[in-house]
Design a protein around this ligand. Structure first.
Ligand code: 5GP
Ligand code: ZN
Length: 119
């Protein structure tokens, strides 16, 4: 898609350091890390929501989920990790191209709606 940042990373229009690449996805570091390690696993095909996936996209996503733990050393996953897929406004999705946040490298809290912060 022409105006999509992540499509530009994938097609090389904007250079980015790819930690891993295969036919289904690329892995890059997030520019604004929320954890010691914060990677983005970005699907090669462009769609915003899981609801928009074709059957073919769904098969690729299954392969991506299978592959992520195999990148254990590269992504420092051995002590545990978290996968996050933000979908739409309430979840705070800012880039409308499906991506999986891969967080690792330190103990994490759990406060998606900021309740602890507010109290
Ligand atoms: P979302 O908010 O859509 O779930 O996640 C988008 C992610 O993309 C954010 O964590 C944001 O920091 C990251 N991001 C936005 N622009 C860039 C960029 O130019 N380079 C990289 N590496 N990450 C980006
Ligand atoms: Zn895209």
């Amino acid at each position: 898609m022409e105006d999509c940042l992540f499509c530009k990373f994938i097609n090389g229009a904007i250079p980015v350091d790819k930690l891993y690449e295969d036919d289904d996805f690329i892995v890059i570091r997030d520019i604004n890390p929320q954890c010691k390690n914060h990677f983005l696993a970005i699907t090669k095909s462009h769609f915003k929501l899981l609801a928009d996936m074709t059957e073919c996209d769904a098969l690729a996503l299954a392969r991506i989920l299978k592959k992520i733990p195999a990148l254990c050393d590269k992504l420092e996953l051995k002590n545990g990790y978290r996968l996050v897929i933000n979908q739409g406004d309430d979840a705070g999705q800012t880039v409308p191209h499906l991506h999986i946040h891969v967080l690792s490298g330190e103990k994490m809290g759990w406060d998606p709606a900021g309740r602890k912060e507010r109290n």
